[in-house]
Write a protein that binds this ligand. Structure first.
Ligand SMILES: C[S@@+](CC[C@H](N)C(=O)[O-])C[C@H]1O[C@@H](n2cnc3c(N)ncnc32)[C@H](O)[C@@H]1O
Length: 277
């Protein structure tokens, strides 16, 4: 079963009930963080497994790691930032592959607590820094890197199985924010929900009733769909050279991208299009 089939099955089982909104819920509140916290609360631990390990299996995680991370020189990274680390299965692969320090950002306090426990040795050794971010902050990535003193010095930003849940606008915010974080030549690796793939379309259409009935609320089972063409166009506009942007050949449903930050002037021009409010 694929990563997302497993995720869907887990979510159908664990998250089929209506979720209680956070106590400070308000229009624009951090609803998605609350949804992920509740996912953790409703995912019972099993021996040797952590919430989120139900998404795929070790062979798929390894296949994605081999395709995206190894060609990006993961064993030589010094500083890397992960967006949406969950319980940290890709974090662990990066930590094991070399000597990088990883700054892991997530909107879910519960997932950060689980990751802290799973990778306690790396936390104790100062190789894993866990920081919560606000889903409403368009500059969360740059802000966190700045607080770490890493602005412009990061070898790679990576986000696996997280951007599938974000809108194209949220992905654009991360692409832009990462240009303030990465060194020139640094990598942005990610996976995204590809509406051009046959099995992507099957999930998209299969989820229509559930997503429509959720009234557009962010839920952990909700994907936001885009395409390799959209990701490529946005990445190039933001100053990246596109090394990979296609359908994952192992999984045949989600998209993969591997981008290199190449053009600071293009990034600045794209950033200048923003209208802060
Ligand atoms: C499907 S899980 C993937 C976790 C992990 N990367 C993995 O593959 O196991 C999505 C993760 O993204 C986090 N997340 C959701 N929206 C986010 C956002 N806007 N910024 C950062 N993390 C986010 C969730 O809390 C959750 O930990």
């Amino acid at each position: 079963m694929s990563a997302t089939d497993l995720a869907t099955a887990a979510l159908a089982g664990k998250m089929g009930h209506a979720m209680t909104p956070p106590s400070d819920a308000a229009p624009g509140g951090a609803k998605f963080a609350s949804a992920w916290d509740q996912y953790v609360a409703h995912t019972p631990g099993a021996a040797g497994r952590w919430p989120g390990d139900e998404w795929g299996d070790a062979s798929l995680w390894q296949a994605w790691f081999a395709r995206l991370f190894v060609p990006a020189g993961v064993e030589r990274w010094t500083r890397a930032i992960e967006v949406g680390q969950g319980s940290g299965k890709y974090t662990e692969l990066v930590l094991r592959a070399g000597t990088a320090t990883v700054l892991a950002l997530d909107v879910s306090a519960a997932f950060q607590a689980v990751c802290k426990k799973r990778l306690a040795d790396a936390v104790a050794a100062g190789r894993l820094l866990l920081r919560p971010i606000d889903e409403r902050d368009p500059d969360a990535l740059a802000r966190a890197a700045g607080e770490a003193g890493w602005t412009g010095q990061v070898d790679a930003v990576f986000s696996i199985d997280t951007l599938v849940h974000l809108t194209t606008t949220q992905i654009a915010a991360l692409l832009l924010s990462a240009t303030r974080v990465l060194r020139v030549g640094g990598w942005f690796l990610g996976t995204f929900a590809d509406a051009t793939s046959r099995s992507g379309q099957e999930k998209l259409i299969g989820d229509v009733d559930r997503v429509m009935r959720a009234g557009g609320d962010p839920t952990t089972g909700c994907f936001h769909w885009t395409s390799p063409q959209v990701i490529r166009a946005l990445a190039e506009r933001c100053g990246y050279a596109v090394e990979i942007c296609d359908l994952d050949p192992a999984h045949h449903r989600d998209g993969h991208f591997a981008l290199r930050f190449a053009d600071a002037a293009a990034a600045a021009a794209a950033m200048a299009l923003r209208r802060p409010c």
